[in-house]
Design a protein around this ligand. Structure first.
Ligand SMILES: *Cc1c(COP(=O)(O)O)cnc(C)c1O
Length: 307
């Protein structure tokens, strides 16, 4: 049994056409474009969406590597640590989670799950957390650093490409625009490279969920291996939909999320998917997309983070 089967990952994820009725939450005019939703939120009840795509190659190849432990990083609500924690538990891979902040006496639901899944949790203050990619410092923190595989925050490393290519190959060719949220950049980087390698003309629009106008493009470029993809493939990050910053959720966004979930029966949360669909609504209302185009929103999951 391979890892995908063992974890009961459901692929390909559904591609859903938003019905005319459901789409009234996005635009009130005559339906000028087709809106598709790629439901990566339905891949698995716990390992949601883009975190499976990003971790897939690491988990599948684990037993052929010399490592004996995974070490990774994230905040107290991290979808990445949650997905990784569950997968490691089920696959018997020892995991150390280095968490930003000390939640020992006020565990979040995410951290309670990690404890249940036998994860070794280390609490880091903000200053130490900033040292997370400093190898010399990490060596002083972890006895078995030598034998460990470190995965950066959000799971964004070159290892994302295999899984993201699989995602793009599940999409039809006639999509004109693909929208995805951007946090640590691995999802967008993986999609851009895969679009290029699969010869697609789809323009990729990343919706920044945090204030990253000074560095997000460089972060994404650093994660694209294929230089011709970086320059030859149309992609762009939109920076005006973070709505105050990471995990900031103004009232307007919260009410949009409830209305959207109610009308479409697609659950969204304010950190990632809420901002994605909020941006999509705005772009539709200002007629950003030419009439008749097909626009696909990638629902990356992450509903657990809203607990
Ligand atoms: C982590 C996450 C993202 C951000 O993806 P990056 O690859 O870090 O840019 C988007 N959506 C959800 C639901 C996530 O959990």
């Amino acid at each position: 049994m391979n890892v995908t089967q063992k974890l009961q990952i459901q692929l390909p994820s559904p591609l859903q056409l938003l019905s005319a009725e459901a789409s009234t939450v996005l635009f009130d005019k005559q339906k000028p474009v087709n809106v598709l939703v790629k439901r990566d939120d339905l891949i698995h009840p716990i390992i949601s969406g883009n975190k499976w795509r990003k971790l897939k190659s690491i988990l599948e190849n684990w037993h052929n590597t010399p490592h004996s432990r995974i070490v990774s990083f994230g905040g107290g609500y991290s979808n990445h640590l949650h997905a990784l924690g569950y997968a490691c538990y089920r696959l018997n891979i020892p995991l150390t989670a280095m968490v930003r902040g000390n939640y020992e006496n006020r565990l979040t639901p995410m951290l309670s799950d990690l404890k249940k899944w036998q994860c070794d949790i280390r609490w880091l203050n903000k200053i130490d957390y900033k040292k997370r990619s400093d190898e010399d410092w990490l060596r002083t923190q972890l006895d078995d650093y030598q034998d460990s595989l470190t995965i950066p925050e959000g799971g964004s490393a070159m290892s994302v490409h295999t899984g993201m290519k699989e995602l793009v190959s599940e999409l039809p060719e006639h999509i004109n625009y693909l929208l995805c949220p951007v946090g640590s950049g691995g999802t967008l980087a993986g999609i851009v490279q895969a679009m290029h390698q699969l010869g697609r003309n789809t323009k990729v629009l990343g919706i920044a969920v945090l204030k990253g106008q000074d560095y997000l493009e460089d972060l994404v470029k650093g994660l694209i291996q294929d230089q011709t993809a970086m320059t030859g493939q149309p992609w762009q990050i939109l920076h005006n939909y973070h709505l105050g910053g990471y995990a900031k959720a103004p009232e307007e966004l919260k009410s949009f999320c409830s209305e959207f979930s109610l009308k479409t029966q697609i659950a969204i949360e304010p950190v990632y998917s809420g901002k994605l669909f909020f941006a999509l609504r705005d772009l539709l209302q200002e007629s950003y997309f030419p009439e008749g185009s097909t626009v696909c929103a990638l629902h990356t999951g992450g509903i657990q983070g809203g607990r």
